[in-house]
Design a protein around this ligand. Structure first.
Ligand code: 5GP
Length: 189
């Protein structure tokens, strides 16, 4: 998506630890008009996927998932991080290693919201090593749901998470793919 690349070039900030900051439009402040366009692009890409629900993880996946959900007329479910849900609630969970925080995090979702046979479109802001999407896939498998695709705003291809998922047969679409982050330079595929 050309507009995503332009936005990253105009507003993205490369951090010394290989993290790209996009706090001005996606991760902290949200450029709402731009995100509506992003939602429409996700809907265009996955219009024939048969998805019945969008599944993401809090916090930074939610905005993207919601605009995609509106454009596709689908509900959105998000897994919660490091949270004990109500004791009476049955849950699915998995462990995710956070690239940005350098720690494992448990993600949890109530069994009420992911049912067997559900067709899930997974959405997140970034795809780096693939831990977040793999955590969502593990929950989908546990629930007997099918993953019909994965869509992220920004993939960092040199961290291989996307290629590993594609090699396992998942359809992965990234609205911008970064091949290299070199000091202050951002090179797209
Ligand atoms: P992965 O699990 O694929 O290694 O990393 C994806 C998750 O880590 C995303 O949910 C995202 O929040 C975070 N992440 C990974 N790389 C970056 C980055 O360069 N910038 C930001 N802002 N978040 C990142």
């Amino acid at each position: 998506m050309k507009r995503m690349e332009e936005k990253i070039l105009a507003e993205g900030v490369v951090m010394p630890n290989g993290v790209l900051k996009v706090g001005s439009f996606l991760n902290q402040q949200i450029d709402t008009r731009f995100l509506v366009e992003v939602g429409e692009e996700i809907a265009r890409l996955f219009k024939d996927s048969g998805a019945t629900k969008i599944f993401t993880v809090e916090a930074s996946g939610i905005a993207l998932a919601v605009v995609a959900g509106i454009a596709m007329d689908l509900p959105v479910v998000f897994a919660k991080k490091n949270r004990q849900l109500n004791v009476n609630v049955e849950t699915y969970s998995s462990m995710v290693y956070s690239f940005t925080h350098g720690a494992d995090t448990k993600i949890v979702v109530s069994k009420e919201y992911i049912k067997p046979g559900e067709k899930l479109l997974l959405v997140d802001d970034f795809l780096a090593h693939g831990s977040a999407l793999n955590g969502l896939i593990a929950i989908a498998e546990d629930a007997g749901a099918e993953v019909v695709g994965c869509c992220v705003a920004i993939e960092k291809s040199y961290q291989n998470g996307g290629d590993n998922l594609r090699a396992r047969g998942y359809r992965v679409e990234s609205l911008a793919i970064i091949d290299q982050l070199v000091e202050t330079d951002i090179l797209f595929k």
